[in-house]
Design a protein around this ligand. Sequence first.
Ligand code: GLP
Length: 254
Amino acid sequence: MEADPDAVARLVAERLHEALGQAAVLGLATGRTMEPVYAALRERLLALPKPQRQMLLGQWRSFNLDEYVGLGPDHPQSFAAFMQRQLEGPLHLAKGCLAIPHGLTQDPDAEAQRYSAAVTAAGGIDLQLLGLGSNGHVGFNEPPCSASEPCRCLTLSAATREQNAAAFGGNPADVPCQAITLGTVEILAARRLLLVVTGAAKAQILRRALMEPPCADVPASWLQRHPRLEVVVDEAAAAQLEISGESGLLRATL
Ligand code: GLP
């Protein structure tokens, strides 16, 4: 457990940096939780000597979890635009090495299948970064959600559109109705999972996700079944967990 979101961000950036050094395929996430994480990662990478940085960035391969249907990279609230602002642009990543579902597709179901096949063709995800939705979603896997849902197009819940409304000027009606998301299948197939949760508003749902038996009502609870789940939280988010701590790595009593 870390003291605050900045300490969480530094630790997660260290994990991502290590993984890049091993030429890992990264699974990346969006959301406010990830903004300080990506800032810390930029800081680390941009501080490296140029040859070392170019070597690391030259082997960058990542897949984002999700994208809104109907929004393309030119729309500022698309996750593609978020990733462009946070990482692609500042790090000068080569075109195409940071993959994300195409939100402007005419056929979202086919796009979901294409995207899942692209993950498989890359050899699967080595390190999957995950945030936590206020209703327990991971990626955009909305409750109820089994542990065997594939990458797909789905309808977003009212709770999620409410959660993400701030980015759309505060009106949930302006948040797209549908999204394409990697499923619990692809997420649980990743070799390592890194769940990052900060802030008191997530304390209760984090407790349900980690300390109650896995169930469809809390999609993140399926993560308990993964043999290599690391949970990085700040004190506020961890307030309702029973922890026997080690530095950096949360050990909840599951
Ligand atoms: C979003 C994303 C998730 C993200 C979650 C939490 O809707 N689809 O991948 O982890 O909700 O967002 P935030 O970090 O802004 O609380």
